[in-house]
Ligand binder design. Structure first.
Ligand SMILES: [Zn+2]
Ligand SMILES: [Zn+2]
Length: 318
């Protein structure tokens, strides 16, 4: 037999606390306990979206790192596959990487392996309901690059805006910021400091330091051994640093050895750098293995450096 409606209403009023004005009072939470989704949101996370190089390794997409602070994603670089890697990470349970929330990126430099995903990052999230213009920070040349990308896709943008697709009018737009060393961005979740690194003949190449309430994260970008890393890290929580294998280097032709030693950091050099930067965790990315394995590469460093070292893989979360 079904209970009379009046009885049901009485029962509900007993179960639901109500204010004098008849409104439902907000549910109290034990302040010491947060539901799991809040814990994930609160802690700063470092997600390796892509750990690759120009080598077309199918297991390593182009360089891109997400720092998630208070549930908001801040990207460093936009290598090929960045948007789909963010979607994959979200699908695996990482909170904060919904594609429509990707609206800010800090580019280290304009090498194609770090920027081939930029058109994707500018345009795909827009078609997936991002309404804010994307903010792109980076060295000189970023304004021209983003302008040219929009020009290249002018037909697409026009059709999506005016061809009957229920698209929004703003999410395709770009705010490009050409920056130099110093604090380049700040909000209630994070302070972002750019610093110059030494990437061969590039006139401007940047690394980034992220200060959040619970972590300091430094991302090297592409660089040869650079003193700025030591100054910026200073016992930071996480140092994400590029590297090439010192053993693999020996097998490279002389003209490539000349190039790599000017543009990138060997495992031996990184070990020396890390011993002075003293990160709580050193994550290797943008690894050039040349026939060595992750384990070999880590050993090349730990044979000279006593701290924690991990060879990063795509979709790793730290
Ligand atoms: Zn690179
Ligand atoms: Zn580069």
């Amino acid at each position: 037999m079904r209970p009379p409606v009046l009885l049901l209403l009485v029962a509900l009023s007993v179960l639901t606390p109500a204010t004098a004005a008849g409104q439902v009072a907000p549910r109290r939470r034990d302040p010491g306990r947060l539901p799991p989704e809040r814990i994930v949101n609160r802690d700063t996370k470092v997600v390796l979206l892509g750990t690759g190089t120009p080598n077309a390794d199918p297991d390593r997409f182009g360089p891109a790192v997400a720092i998630i602070a208070n549930g908001k994603p801040y990207l460093v670089d936009a290598g090929p596959g960045v948007v789909r890697r963010a979607a994959a990470s979200e699908k695996s349970g990482v909170v904060g990487l919904a594609v429509k929330n990707l609206n800010i990126v800090f580019l280290t430099h304009l090498h194609s392996d770090h920027t081939l995903g930029l058109p994707d990052l500018m345009l795909s999230p827009w078609t997936l309901e991002r309404t804010e213009p994307i903010r792109v920070y980076g060295p000189k040349g970023v304004k021209a690059m983003t302008k040219h990308i929009l020009e290249a896709y002018a037909e697409d943008i026009d059709i999506r805006l005016n061809g009957g697709e229920p698209s929004n009018q703003t999410g395709w737009q770009v705010e490009a910021h050409e920056i130099d060393a110093g604090v380049v961005y700040q909000d209630s979740n994070v302070k972002v400091t750019a610093f110059r690194v030494d990437h061969g003949k590039w006139p401007e190449s940047l690394g980034y330091r992220f200060d959040t309430p619970d972590r300091v994260v430094v991302v090297s970008g592409d660089t040869r051994k650079t003193e700025a890393i030591v100054q910026q890290c200073q016992e930071c929580d996480v140092l994400v640093h590029e590297v090439y294998s010192a053993a693999g280097f020996q097998r490279r032709p002389p003209e490539w050895q000349r190039y790599h030693s000017q543009y990138h950091t060997s495992s031996a050099e990184l070990a020396e750098l890390a011993s002075r930067a003293k990160p709580k965790l050193l994550i290797l990315y943008h690894q050039l293995f040349w026939g060595t394995s992750d384990t070999d590469l880590v050993s090349e460093i730990t044979s000279r450096y006593g701290g924690r070292v991990v060879s990063g893989k795509d979709l790793d979360v730290f």
